[in-house]
Design a protein around this ligand. Structure first.
Ligand code: GUN
Length: 288
């Protein structure tokens, strides 16, 4: 008999919690005088982007949000360019049945992503990508929170341990995003640090982290052996692999080392979608 104790981490069920949030939203939305609307613009044929937009569509259908799909690719709006996309956003900005607009990223390289994001009316910016909204999010607690940040905060709130003052490492390439997550978690009482995946001291920083948040777009980038025993591990990196299977940025073997871990799929992903829908509800409700 194997007498070695094989402690494994608590595996967070993001799907279950997301379904609870959606159920609650559905009830609130039924009380609104009209159904909220989300417009999603997707350019090109990237399979992962299509999957993500589809999961947003399904979630909208569950809660009673009208989903206005603008799929621009081989079948439709084939020749759309930067100007055309800006015009489409202007149209959606003025469309009264649209409460929120998302332009699925990444855009094909011929588009100027920053210009596109800045064209979205800040009052319809459910992703909280517009610089004005970002700024407000960092300075004013009453504004919308970016969905991924909400999802990470919700997951951390489920850890049955006092996290105050815990050493938290955010591993991410996108500096704008990691800096705002950093500030948000600092406000929540964590001791935070940000590292780029290329940081030469990355291994040492990961080994010190009581809470590790990985937002890296590379399959199983973080190995079990890198992690501090007993750490809380939040995997917010998703990669679409072979056979349309989703993989995280943390090797699942990390379950044997961590005390709490969010899986991919079924962890942060569904919660991010639920948080996006919460933002649409807030925008639709604010309009009343
Ligand atoms: N691409 C990957 N994640 C996101 C997201 O949260 N919003 C948008 N618009 N595009 C994405």
């Amino acid at each position: 008999m194997n007498t070695k104790s094989k402690k494994t981490a608590e595996i967070f069920d993001g799907k279950k919690l997301a379904d609870e949030i959606l159920l609650d939203l559905r009830k609130k939305i039924q009380l609104l005088p009209s159904r909220p609307g989300l417009a999603a613009v997707l350019i090109g044929e990237d399979l992962a982007s299509h999957l993500y937009v589809n999961s947003k569509k399904k979630a909208c259908q569950k809660v009673g949000i009208d989903f206005h799909e603008y799929l621009c690719g081989e079948k439709c709006y084939r020749d759309i360019n930067q100007e055309g996309l800006l015009e489409m956003i202007d149209f959606l900005n003025n469309d009264p049945v649209v409460d929120g607009i998302i332009v699925q990223l990444p855009l094909p390289k011929e588009f100027d992503t920053q210009k596109i994001i800045e064209r979205i009316d800040p009052k319809k910016d459910v992703d909280v990508f517009h610089p004005k909204n970002y700024e407000k999010f960092l300075t004013d607690d009453n504004q919308l929170t970016p969905p991924l940040i909400q999802a990470i905060q919700i997951a951390l709130s489920q850890v049955r341990e006092n996290l105050a003052g815990k050493q938290t490492l955010i591993v991410a390439k996108n500096e704008i995003f990691s800096q705002s997550l950093d500030k948000a978690l600092e406000k929540n009482g964590l001791k935070t640090e940000v590292a780029n995946p290329d940081d030469k001291d990355l291994l040492a920083k990961i080994k010190m982290a009581d809470i590790l948040i990985s937002i890296v777009g590379q399959k199983h980038f973080i190995k079990a052996t890198m992690i501090k025993p007993g750490a809380v591990v939040i995997d917010a990196g998703t990669v679409l692999g072979e056979d349309k299977k989703l993989f995280g940025s943390v090797d699942p073997k990390a379950e044997k080392v961590a005390s709490f871990i969010t899986p991919v799929p079924g962890g942060i992903g569904p919660l991010t979608v639920a948080a996006l829908l919460k933002n649409i509800y807030k925008l639709a409700n604010n309009k009343l």
